[in-house]
Design a binder for this molecule. Structure first.
Ligand code: PLP
Length: 450
């Protein structure tokens, strides 16, 4: 635990469970950024994803301010956390680029009028189609994950008479104490080149792959990270490796991408550093290592996902059936669950929640929030203390801005919720609720079965 964080007077966005302007209004209802959540649920129906633009912009500004001390920083939003046209446009207007991992993410950017001049293509198994699509649309660079990709990207670039800028993704061998499934920097990982294989990759690039221009190294050590020394360790590995490769191969690599990972506060026990703490650690580590290794300061890429969007997002649900098992547990079922937020069933992720409608004088009880999907594991929150719940109450689950909509599914053929963007009393739909027609639009009923 970082005691200094606990004692902070002004917590930053990712250190709060709730969005910035959250309060109970005169009706006793929860209100965020001037919007009464009970009214919002009535008008837009539930389940509903909500993003608070004020909190979102504050976090983006904090990232900008925190890293402004190192001019050579390029911020890429990790689109996998939440990719929608309007969210992408907000970040693009901040000057951010994007980390993408698929044609779909690229297509969303292009259809929002965002070009690929600040885009990095990540992922461990990019298809030829995806590679060609990215090159055709002038992607800035690829983060190359493996030997096959080196060949495929070189072949595609050659076919198109281009020289393609690339980074090599390495596995730096750093473990951070996060959930096992979201540790990606350790040796036993599906992502990136192990350090002992980097020299062979360099030899191939320099001797055979003339349509590749290697300019730097990339690593990502994990997600929902509550430590800061892991970033110093990672930077030290990246810069030492750059120095070694520059000397051995007489080249001039001068870019590093340190990935994302900064944690957020889902529940009280979570205690992440602020982006200012992380930026100071990162910048100091770059400067110290460059001085030690006699290296020029590199161009620094960071690619935060969760911390940029999580805390500004929340989900609204309506409470339905309630089942009490005397002496054991009280289940409260909501009209959503694992298809709109798969994180609790996938990662045992924890969330905080509150009943949005006026519950003045209600007694508190320990409840388990169950989803409506046909899986016993579809439990959104186990044993949370809430105001006594009844059918029709509106439940607000905080911190659902990241990896919820982007990981959602149509399991049980249940429609995907809408998403609205709120800002000081204004409400705009940024994702329409899916319709039954859309649900079956790709289904083919064979003539011979009619
Ligand atoms: C390569 C890479 N970069 C960035 C991110 C974003 O991480 P986070 O959302 O934790 O900031 C991820 C997420 O797993 C990733 O795999």
């Amino acid at each position: 635990m970082h005691q200094e964080n606990k004692n902070r007077e002004t917590k930053k966005v990712n250190q709060n469970i709730k969005p910035l302007n959250t309060k109970r209004n005169e009706k006793g209802n929860l209100e965020i950024s001037g919007v009464d959540l009970v009214e919002l649920a009535k008008t837009y129906k539930t389940p509903l994803y909500v993003m608070d633009e004020v909190t979102l912009r504050q976090m983006a500004q904090d990232y900008k301010d925190a890293f402004s001390k190192y001019e050579k920083t390029r911020i890429l939003f990790a689109s996998k956390a939440l990719m929608t046209k309007s969210i992408a446009k907000i970040f693009s207007n901040f000057g951010f680029g994007f980390d993408v991992v698929s044609m779909g993410e690229i297509y969303t950017l292009l259809s929002s009028g965002i070009g690929l001049s600040k885009v990095s293509f990540n992922g461990n198994n990019k298809s030829i189609e995806e590679i060609e699509y990215a090159i055709d649309n002038n992607i800035d660079h690829f983060s190359v994950d493996n030997f096959l990709e080196l060949k495929l990207i070189n072949d595609s670039a050659k076919k198109k008479n281009k020289v393609q800028k690339i980074h090599l993704r390495i596995t730096p061998g750093i473990e951070c104490h996060t959930h096992e499934y979201i540790k990606t920097g350790q040796i036993d990982s599906k992502f990136g080149f192990d350090l002992p294989k980097v020299d062979s990759a360099l030899e191939l690039i320099l001797k055979e792959y003339k349509n590749l221009n290697l300019v730097g190294l990339h690593a990502h050590i994990g997600s929902q990270i509550f430590e800061k020394d892991v970033y110093s360790d990672e930077i030290s590995v990246l810069l030492k490796e750059i120095k070694r490769l520059n000397d051995k191969f007489n080249i001039n690599l001068n870019e590093i991408n340190i990935g994302g990972g900064l944690g957020v506060t889902y529940v009280e026990e979570d205690n992440p550093y602020s982006v200012f703490d992380i930026a100071d650690t990162v910048i100091k580590s770059i400067k110290d290592n460059c001085a030690k290794l006699n290296l020029e300061y590199p161009l620094l890429y960071i690619e935060p996902g969760r911390s940029l969007v999580c805390s500004s997002g929340f989900s609204l649900y309506t409470i339905g059936s309630i089942k009490t098992i005397e002496g054991i547990r009280k289940y409260v079922a909501i009209d959503g669950g694992m298809a709109d937020n798969p994180r609790p069933s996938m990662y045992q992720a924890k969330y905080s929640a509150e009943i949005a409608n006026n519950k003045k004088n209600a007694k508190k009880e320990t409840l388990t929030i169950a989803g409506k999907f046909c899986e016993s594991g579809d439990i959104l929150i186990k044993d949370i203390e809430l105001d006594e719940a009844k059918q029709g109450d509106i439940l607000c689950v905080y911190d659902t801005g990241a990896y919820c909509y982007s990981m959602s599914s149509n399991y049980n053929r249940i429609l995907k919720p809408a998403m609205v963007l709120i800002n000081q009393g204004k409400v705009d739909t940024i994702i329409k609720r899916q319709t039954l027609e859309q649900l079956i639009e790709n289904d083919v009923l064979l003539d011979r079965l009619k």
